[in-house]
Ligand binder design. Sequence first.
Ligand code: MLT
Ligand code: MN
Ligand code: ZN
Length: 298
Amino acid sequence: MTFRARILGAAAGGGLPQWNCGCKNCNLARAGKIPAQTQSSLAVSANGVDWAILNASPDIRQQMADCPALHPTGLREMPLRSVLLTNGDIDHVAGLLTLREMQPFTVFATPGIHEVLDANPIFAALNEKVVNRTTIALNHPAEIAPGLTATLFPVPGKVPLYLEGETVQTDLIGDQTVGVHLQAGDTDAYYIPGCAMLNDDLRARLNGAALVFFDGTLWQDDEMVLAGLGSKTGKRMGHMSMSGPDGSIAAFEQLDVGRKVFVHMNNTNPVLRPDSSQRASAEAAGWTIGQDGMEITT
Ligand code: MLT
Ligand code: MN
Ligand code: ZN
């Protein structure tokens, strides 16, 4: 059995370019000078035939069209077995609405993430008689496609932006933001597109993993502020940055991880420019900068 992962979308919410953004990277992407990237999603398979999609981005229609392994195999037969959600953010759930049309598959999520979907009647567009909604408790393995097991675990994070109250805890540990431990045969891979900090629990889990896809939202915490795009820091958004003493690059230096891949990059992140010094230093530290269409097989 071969584990296959394909990055359907390497960008964070908004994508690259983002519709209303005139930042340096977005303009370069519009001009075709750096590769455009769609929003956060990963397709995974243990047999190359049946697939699960981790997070349904608003770009899922194009992402599936661009991925032959996900095309229909008959009039209404699909390789898609399930969609698993790691939080209730718009960039991770809005694509579910594209997957209406009475096509059977399973939506896997924690109780807290299912509550968000259940509370919003627009998701009834996925007829529950056809699209099964299955709850996975934290730390309980579930088979999301033949031969492929997913175990969800809590990751420091926050509730979705559209559910934020007056005060927001940005490193909440619960079932609103989770990471995924994928197991296929002897392969252990992890998918963590949103993470506020690498705590001891996560360090212990990830140590020894063959492959980790990790939150690469920002290069530095004040990147969006410096770009003149508002007051939000990475920490406020529930994302740890790549660089700096508290960053993911430094944190992973202490871990034994076979392959480290950044995903969920915000359009301001300089690593999205292939010739940037920041990309060179991330790569020198052993990281791969994910991009749309990239396939990793173990
Ligand atoms: C995030 O990852 O911080 C969110 O997707 C932000 C958003 O919903 O725009
Ligand atoms: Mn996001
Ligand atoms: Zn931009």
